[in-house]
Design a protein around this ligand. Sequence first.
Ligand code: XMP
Length: 324
Amino acid sequence: GWTMVNIAEEAIEAVRARVGETGRAICGLSGGVDSAVAAALVQRAIGDRLTCVFVDHGLLRKGEAEQVEKDFVAATGVDLVVVDAADRFLAELAGVTDPETKRKIIGREFIRAFESAARDIVAEREGPVEFLVQGTLYPDVVESGGGTGAANIKSHHNVGGLPEDLQFGLVEPLRTLFKDEVRALGEQLGLPAEIVWRHPFPGPGLAIRIIGAVDRDRLAILREADAIAREELTAAGLDRDIWQFPVVLLADVRSVGVQGDGRTYGHPVVLRPVTSEDAMTADWARLPYDVLQKISTRITNEVREINRVVVDVTSKPPGTIEWE
Ligand code: XMP
């Protein structure tokens, strides 16, 4: 409708006013909808004076890195620098099981990789790069600065994490918006539905959905199971009714099973579908039994290492959405 067009036009104008006629900006892409919409908006405003940086930490879900590198670039024409940092992240994460330690390592390495890419971009460009674009939403602002206590339950690394000495002015064109408004804006800007309608995904990625240490094999197992769960949710036409659908690999737990003629000794995965308005509270989603059945059958048939599928029926509170 015209309201969204207005919001887009106004936001584009506001970015132009802030960045000016010659200013340059960089933007980190996470694979999520917020940074994608922020980047698409700024690209509309200042074109190739924006450079996007995608730090691939190797912790994304199946197909997500490709969506950023190919589909997003195709839809926006944005100038993109990809940093393949998976080896480094996995080396730093090796053997780490504590959730907050995982988060701190990922946050630190992310900033390191992003800063280094930013410095290269600054060095290569004719003029200085004065601005940093961030996809901060209204609820992020409230949750990080509100001092409500909830902010400190888990350390989120996507807000306020960049060091002062990079000295960028911040451009946060989504600061007054809620998720549904950001999605409408993304559609208005012509972004692919797979990006616009993507469920929220934590910055630390699959690392906090592997209970236990993170390694390539475990990531590969979780990626397959997660892809099946998402596919079946979409096939059932339910993905827009569900806020998030984490699949969690209990990597240090084994259970006995039987398949064909043989005993198996594999890992369980937990399905954690939730409904929510803003992630501050959530309810476990009552997915239809036949959808759960399909997901369970497919995962145990198609992912050799998994022989048991369980469903998390805990609301938030007392559970959080993610397991770590
Ligand atoms: P919890 O698990 O605290 O999650 O109920 C609330 C929302 O935040 C997401 N989440 C994160 N997002 N960095 C992020 O960018 C993080 O470290 C992080 N931890 C949790 C989670 O997916 C849910 O949407």
